[in-house]
Write a protein that binds this ligand. Structure first.
Ligand code: FA5
Ligand code: MG
Length: 451
């Protein structure tokens, strides 16, 4: 990557990434630090925990075709339009998505390749593993670059073999999925008339029910595989806490995606709480029709590889995946059973606060807009400046106080930055320097007034 840009400097007119050239415009908001992550392809590095996780899931979909090298810079059409995202969807905004120019983004999800892969029609099932990019919160489970795996399976109405109906054909495939005995909560009916309507122009209830069963049983099989391996690793490491003893619990939660209906999220009960690990649903038929495969119908899912790898290996901080420290990398091997990660020494944290007045109203990383204003302040901009200044030396950025001046109506925010290296103890001087630089960048880039 030869790009030389930063959100805190003037953007270059052209960026070159692995020989591909892109003209930038006023939409460009991708810092060089993000572009430089493209070359890493952690999901393909031998013996990397993300690569091991990918291969473990791939082993449950042996008849699918795998795509693991799709290029991350895609068109707005691929990432949003082809998936029928509404024009005012918050995901399209520059506060949430990295743009190179008005028409070009760093993919925010592997679904960006859904339409093209259906159009290529090379297999009835596929898996796409790839790096994805989002402006988002800074904490131990969020990183602006992470990895997803997309999976899909479709059936052709014109190829039913000896089966009388498509539903019968799909149920026959359901019978071939390995069964399990875990407790699954699935309280909602498959189809909800408003939130998750049947695509009645294209599917019958029987077809949707059969495809939903195939989708859910396939993903439950993945979860059972992952948790069986994680449990075995925990027990081998001598862990006898409750989480290794209790039976595995999973639940299906109704969800919404612009490109599937009905849609669900799968949650797993882990260390006392429900954790979302994937989204999925029955593919909107218009997407298959537009991809030139109108005789096919099917399902798709998208899961977060880091989230699963963190459970699988007990990795406590998402930044570790980017570490080149041999004390991290040498602990993983693609051959033999999954081994639990043994943390090397935890270095001290250093908390520093910064308080400032903003000239406008704010929107949090969660997406709530307080009220509109001329110059919107967005929390993701604070998050990205912290990463830009401190890189992987920032562990967590959190809003700790909010205050509106009773007379002027101006709003003041206080953020607490937790600086901590994964590899060494930071000196006071070093943290003070970083924090001062961060404060200055807040003024320069966001126009805030420090208190
Ligand atoms: C999606 O990205 C959809 N494309 C998933 C999908 C595919 C739905 C196909 C239907 C059909 P979502 O934004 O919820 O959905 O992300 C999917 C998963 O990625 C999450 O469940 C989570 O495991 C992971 N994930 C999302 N954001 C982050 C993040 N910032 N850091 C790490 N993992 C994340
Ligand atoms: Mg989600």
């Amino acid at each position: 990557c030869q790009a030389r840009s930063s959100s805190s400097e003037t953007s270059p007119k052209v960026v070159t990434v692995e020989g591909r050239q892109y003209k930038t415009d006023e939409w460009m908001n991708t810092p060089a630090s993000i572009l430089s992550a493209i070359a890493k392809r952690l999901h393909l590095q031998p013996d990397h925990p993300l690569s091991i996780t990918r291969q473990l899931i791939e082993s449950r979909f042996l008849d699918h075709k795998y795509y693991n090298r799709l290029f991350p810079i895609v068109s707005v059409n691929q990432n949003f339009d082809a998936l029928e995202f509404p024009h005012d969807h918050p995901g399209r905004s520059r506060t949430d998505t990295y743009y190179i120019n008005k028409e070009t983004v760093l993919r925010t999800h592997t679904s960006a390749h859904q339409a093209d892969t259906f159009r290529a029609n090379e297999s009835s099932g596929y898996l796409i593993s790839a790096d994805v990019y989002r402006r988002d919160a800074v904490d131990r489970s969020h990183y602006p670059v992470f990895h997803q795996m997309e999976g899909a399976k479709s059936w052709d109405r014109n190829c039913l073999g000896s089966y009388g109906t498509l539903a019968e054909r799909v149920w026959a495939d359901v019978a071939n999925i390995p069964s399990h005995t875990i407790k699954v909560e699935d309280p909602n009916p498959t189809i909800h008339p408003e939130r998750n309507p049947l695509q009645s122009t294209y599917h019958s209830v029987e077809e949707a029910e059969a495809m939903a069963a195939h989708l859910k049983r396939s993903l439950e099989d993945v979860v059972v595989t992952i948790f069986t391996a994680a449990r075995a690793a925990a027990v081998a490491a001598g862990d006898t806490t409750a989480s290794t003893q209790e039976p595995l619990r999973v639940r299906w939660v109704e969800a919404y995606f612009p490109f599937t209906s009905p849609s669900w999220e799968l949650e797993v009960f882990w260390q006392g709480d429900w954790l979302e690990i994937l989204g999925c649903g029955i593919v909107r038929q218009s997407i298959l029709n537009n991809a030139g495969v109108s005789s096919r119908l099917g399902w798709a899912f998208g899961l977060g590889l880091e989230r699963i790898a963190m459970l699988l290996f007990s990795i406590p901080d998402i930044r570790l995946f980017w570490s080149s420290d041999p004390r991290f990398l040498s602990q993983f091997s693609a051959t033999g059973p999954i081994q639990r990660f043994v943390p090397f020494s935890r270095h001290p944290a250093c908390f520093k606060d910064v308080s400032f007045w903003i000239s406008s109203t704010s929107r949090s990383a969660g997406g709530q807009v307080a009220h509109a204003s001329a110059r919107d302040f967005h929390e993701n901009d604070v998050m990205e400046l912290a990463r830009d200044v401190a890189g992987d030396l920032v562990e967590d950025v959190r809003l700790v106080d909010e205050f509106v001046h009773p007379k002027t109506g101006r709003k003041s925010l206080c953020y607490r930055i937790n600086y901590r290296s994964l590899e060494r103890t930071l000196t006071n001087e070093e943290t003070n320097d970083l924090h001062e630089k961060f404060r200055q960048q807040l003024v320069k880039n966001l126009g805030v007034e420090l208190r």
